[in-house]
Design a protein around this ligand. Sequence first.
Ligand SMILES: Nc1ncnc2c1ncn2[C@@H]1O[C@H](COP(=O)(O)OP(=O)(O)OP(=O)(O)O)[C@@H](O)[C@H]1O
Ligand SMILES: [Mg+2]
Length: 341
Amino acid sequence: MEPKPLEIDNLELSFTTPYGEVKAVRGVSLTLEPGEILVLAGESGCGKSVLCKSVLKLLPRYARIKSGSIRLCGRDITHASEAEMTKIRGTEAAMVFQNPLTTLMPSMTIGAQIREALRRRHLTPEEEEAESIRLLESVGITEARQRLSQLPLAFSGGMRQRCALAIALAAQPKVLLADEPTTALDGTIQIQILDRLKKLRDERGLSILLVTHDLGVAAHIADRVGILYAGRLVEIGTAEEIFYDPRHPYTWGLLSSLPAAARGKRLTPIDGMPPDLLAPPPGDAFASRNPYAIAIDYEKQPPLFDVSSTHKAATWLLDPRAPKITPPESARIEPFDSTKS
Ligand SMILES: Nc1ncnc2c1ncn2[C@@H]1O[C@H](COP(=O)(O)OP(=O)(O)OP(=O)(O)O)[C@@H](O)[C@H]1O
Ligand SMILES: [Mg+2]
């Protein structure tokens, strides 16, 4: 059987800081299937970036994996050394960030930066040039040959993100980790880049883990959606299940605060703030903000209950003994064009 592109099993990751231990990832398990686009969503500080960066070990030294494992294309990399990670980065998995200027060198032409990324493939100079052009074209950059000799500053924000994507794809990774890749871009450009990612998945069978705080982005591109809250995966399912049959009150809250859903309805933001990860509460971390919380929410962490073979949610409301609650009207999503959000 082909190994899964990415398997994270019960991962616990903390930062050791002068204030104490920041428990940024608290027991997350998830699997990325071949050729799948899995979107992780949640509010700021819920652990999306940390989870993404942990896969390529792009975190500072005081970040520590306390337990659990990460497997990339079948290989256990939980405790891989920096030397091993240098081989893995780019080839097995590559990452793009919100601000492409964090990846692009300002004083190096785009062509030189792509060539640098192509080096591992040992191509001839002619092949390198042809491949550089092909890569730029594959991310939707026209007049690619002329573009090779330009510096990043000659490109617009959207074009820079395309260049960063071309560089990430140069060594033919199987997994692309994309952390808010379109957040800094305006609506139309955002959709163009998301559509490009879908095309890359279709053409190359690329597996994509995309992180966003914007459920509109998730609705546009996701096969499956995982919802993170306070370092935990609180709900995961197919895009249909998450948008049309959400089960976690936190997911209801996110959907209720989605502008696209609010057309004709009142936009209802979630009251309160996520908990401090230096001292997360003992029960369901969402309890204090959850209008439907029951006593046990304050005491015991809920397990991930199965809703279907593809859909799980960690809320005590799914326990057979819990009161039957209907999701609020504000969380009901009409079949919608999410990208307008
Ligand atoms: N280098 C670090 N040192 C200490 N704590 C950190 C560090 N990086 C992140 N954290 C903490 O880990 C938690 C998760 O942060 P993370 O950056 O993953 O959030 P996020 O979901 O990506 O949020 P955003 O939407 O704002 O990007 C937060 O509580 C954050 O303060
Ligand atoms: Mg982030």
